[in-house]
Write a protein that binds this ligand. Structure first.
Ligand code: PH2
Ligand code: MG
Ligand code: MG
Length: 143
């Protein structure tokens, strides 16, 4: 760990446009708000739990430390999504870039739009796999 602030895990996903460019740019942008950044391998995954046929996703996880509050971090993630022309027409629709806050230290937060640990991440191999690759210790002793 080391560094200042709280260690956080963020899941990245893209299944529209140049998926790799979206993820690479998101990693760069996350580098401005996190220190001690670790980036997983980018993995191609079949869509899970979606409502209509969709292209495959490119998924990854980024871990780092931040001095932002959870709400400030969430707002920063939403701003990065918007900068990638993310549209929110329907839930779970295909998207250029999805940035989900998975873990904020060991805190449990249940506020509108802000739930950590992310309520479904343990069932999502495309999050657990990359997180285990770069920060297996974060998967231990979770709330
Ligand atoms: N995200 C979803 C729904 N389904 N499936 C995969 N493979 N990857 C994702 O990132 C993903 C998904 C909603 O955010
Ligand atoms: Mg998501
Ligand atoms: Mg999301």
């Amino acid at each position: 760990m080391g560094g200042v602030g709280v260690q956080v895990a963020i899941a990245l996903g893209s299944n529209l446009g140049d998926r790799e460019a979206h993820l690479n740019q998101a990693v760069q942008e996350l580098g401005k708000i996190l220190t001690d950044v670790r980036v997983s391998t980018f993995i191609n995954t079949k869509p899970v739990d979606v409502l209509e046929p969709q292209p495959d996703y490119l998924n990854a996880v980024v871990v780092g430390n931040t001095s932002l509050s959870a709400r400030e971090l969430l707002n920063a993630l939403l701003a990065i999504e918007r900068a990638h022309s993310r549209e929110r027409k329907t839930a779970k629709a295909a998207r250029t870039l999805d940035l989900d806050l998975i873990l904020y230290g060991r805190e449990t937060i249940n506020e509108s739009g802000l739930e950590v640990p992310h309520p479904r991440f343990r069932d999502r191999d495309f999050v657990v796999g990359p997180l285990r690759e770069i920060a297996p210790e974060m998967l231990e002793d979770l709330p």
